[in-house]
Design a binder for this molecule. Sequence first.
Ligand code: S3P
Length: 441
Amino acid sequence: MTPDAAQVHAVEHRVVRPAKRLRGTIAVPGDKSISHRAAMLNALADGGAEVHNFLPGADCLSTLAVLRALGVESTVDDDAGVSVLRIKGVGLRGLREAADVLDCGNSGTTMRLMSGVLAGQPFLSILTGDASLRSRPMARILEPLHQMGVHVIGREGGKAPIVIRGGTVRAVRYRLPVASAQVKSCVLLAALYAGAETTIEEPEATRDHTERMLSAMGVRIEREGPAIRLTPPERLGPLSMRVPNDISAAAFWMVAAAIHSDAEIHLTGVGMNPTRTGIIDALRAMGADLDVEEERVTAGEPVADIVVRSSQLTATAVGGDMIARLIDEAPVLAVAGAFAQGATEINDASELRAKESDRITAVASQLNALGARITERPDGMSIEGGTRLAGGDVESFGDHRLAMALAAGALSASSEVRIKDAEAVAVSYPTFWDDLDRLTE
Ligand code: S3P
């Protein structure tokens, strides 16, 4: 590697020391999934909107950069500690062709959802991303878009870059072969531009933020059992809102507290959408001392405060429709399993292999490097618990959730853990290391 290349690829190590105690109140950043959708849908609305508590993580900034290249103006400011997105909608048909390829960075949500939006635009778009994103499966969106009559192609095996010549979209009845909110949302967004009603069926309920937000913006969208029906609207009404705090970010502190011998962590304003709360159900099934308080609704999404204290965890098994409800929390659930008495099983989760890293191999190899006893299977893992993690060197492979899951475990390890590629947390939780410092002071 030349010195220049070495600089570009400089990796940041982070040393996490065992914490004597964990105490504090944390407002984790705004929900990543909701922030992406708030930016994209408001970009297509007639008029401006203010989105408070917008997540200024790298993934959501990729969405804003892509929208900017398509002619949508926005700013993100810090208003007294709260991040605020101000965005000027250009209307459903107001985007203009970008002069260059659209860089989605590390963000699968940006690439898959924007493909749905761009399917409806009468111009050429080319979407690319970093090495991780270019290795992830995109055939799952190309297939339904083909059925909708959209000209879209990818590289061999359906990998990005993908090229879209949009403009004419046919209504479809589509049954998703995999439970994926990103694929569902891609089809729903393309369906905004179809000539008639589109129906989508999902094998298991996945996060429904797109449906909730479209409905709040005046679109007729109905769920009937596993089917979702969308009638193409004339226009979208702008939606100013406050984004709930991200349960997927809060999950790292829930597990950090539950496995630690002297912990009490309060997490305020956490999103409690029932399609996302699988981690709370799993931790409770493991005997976690976890209270949900002050349940309320903001911007059509339930939120609550969560208190987690030191717990004696016992093993659990998760699988079936529970997996979609905790898909992003599997790495940190594996950490909880490593500290629990008995063998924790994660089943029916082959989707974990298609995330920012292969999260089955990555989680098993890195936790095993710290003395955990995890056996991988094609669609999950078995975690033989009951041993405290040891110190050592691990890496995130650039996967934000792996870096944070390892840090949550490291706080209760017997000696210090060095995490390579620790800066990956900025993808979804830029202030993660600051919050860790505050909890361990
Ligand atoms: C997301 C859906 C999930 C999740 C991802 C965000 C979304 O992906 O893992 O972090 O915002 O729709 P899949 O749709 O691939 O399951």
